[in-house]
Ligand binder design. Structure first.
Ligand SMILES: [Zn+2]
Length: 306
């Protein structure tokens, strides 16, 4: 099991960028940011041997003790660097998997400067390069899982379908929303239904689909779901194409900020004109999450349950 770090163990110190404090449930990084990390690192780690790994913060690997954890990983070749939802997976030889979650402020930096702060784990590769898992707020985690079946079981209880999966579409959304009274925005954030969407991309996808964020999920029409499925894929694709969004601390493995935050259609744009109709963008809370939407383009549902 991945251990959850109690709030009392948080480091209050902020990242040197000095950007705004964000809440515990803020979902950055989301799928596009995690995928950006994977794409940048995969060609540099696949085929390499992890000569040494040093877990500098026991919280990262808890409850697995750091020494035991290091023994499980060191000396193994990386066959593939993959992603599932917001998880990154170093697939090692002989079906050993290092499953990592960046949580809020975790990032993997490739060959960073020697004085890089907030290092929690250091990987030394057989080509002399090193990768640091840096994480000022220490929510990120690492876990070793043995065997493909155990890995599949781990994800199957935590994650729904990937939006980029061939099976994902209006039919899958219809199954997931059937009879559900929860707001569609909240349902989109439920990783057990759809993997990888957080607060940014939920707002962006609902705007693209013209759906009010508080719409009861089970009342969305087939027509609305047939707009929503591609809108989710389009919003995530736009995020990946921009190298992710940097609102808080997100950096790619080369230390570069993402740029998608400058392309948001509604998210964090309260009071600014809607890109479609120029109505000022509104903000409200849905399921406790700050939610941005256009009153003119995203009308509330009317009529009966489907
Ligand atoms: Zn509008």
């Amino acid at each position: 099991m991945i251990s959850e770090v109690p709030i009392s163990l948080l480091i209050p110190e902020r990242h040197e960028a000095g950007l705004a404090f964000t809440c515990l449930t803020c979902c950055v990084p989301e799928l596009p940011e995690v995928e950006t990390v994977r794409r940048k690192l995969a060609p540099r780690v696949e085929g390499r041997v992890i000569a040494q790994i040093s877990v500098l913060d026991p919280l990262w690997s808890a409850p697995q003790p750091t020494g035991h954890f290091e023994d499980l990983i060191a000396g193994r070749r990386v066959e593939r660097f993959s992603r599932r939802g917001k998880y990154l997976v170093l697939e090692l030889e002989n079906e050993r998997f290092l499953v990592m979650h960046l949580r809020m402020t975790g990032t993997l930096l490739y060959d960073p400067l020697p004085d890089t702060r907030y290092s929690r784990v250091e990987f030394n590769l057989d080509d002399g390069t090193r990768i640091l898992f840096c994480d000022p707020r220490r929510f990120g985690t690492g876990l070793v899982i043995d065997g493909k079946l155990a890995l599949a079981a781990y994800f199957s209880v935590r994650l729904g379908l990937e939006p980029f999966d061939d099976q994902f579409g209006p039919g899958y959304l219809a199954e997931q929303t059937e009879g559900r009274k929860v707001a569609i925005k909240s349902l989109l954030l439920d990783q057990k239904r759809i993997a990888g969407i957080g607060n940014i991309y939920a707002d962006e996808a609902l705007f693209r689909a013209g759906i009010h964020p508080e719409s009861e999920a089970g009342r969305l029409s087939p027509d609305a779901l047939s707009r929503l499925a591609p809108a989710i894929v389009d919003a995530l694709t736009a995020g990946i194409d921009a190298g992710g969004a940097t609102i808080d601390d997100f950096r790619d493995p080369d230390g570069a900020w993402g740029s998608y935050q400058s392309e948001f259609l509604v998210h964090r744009r309260e009071g600014l004109p809607c890109p479609d109709c120029e109505t000022p963008i509104s903000k409200m809370k849905v399921g406790g999450r700050g939610t941005y939407w256009c009153k003119s383009c995203q009308k509330p549902l009317r009529g009966r349950r489907r």
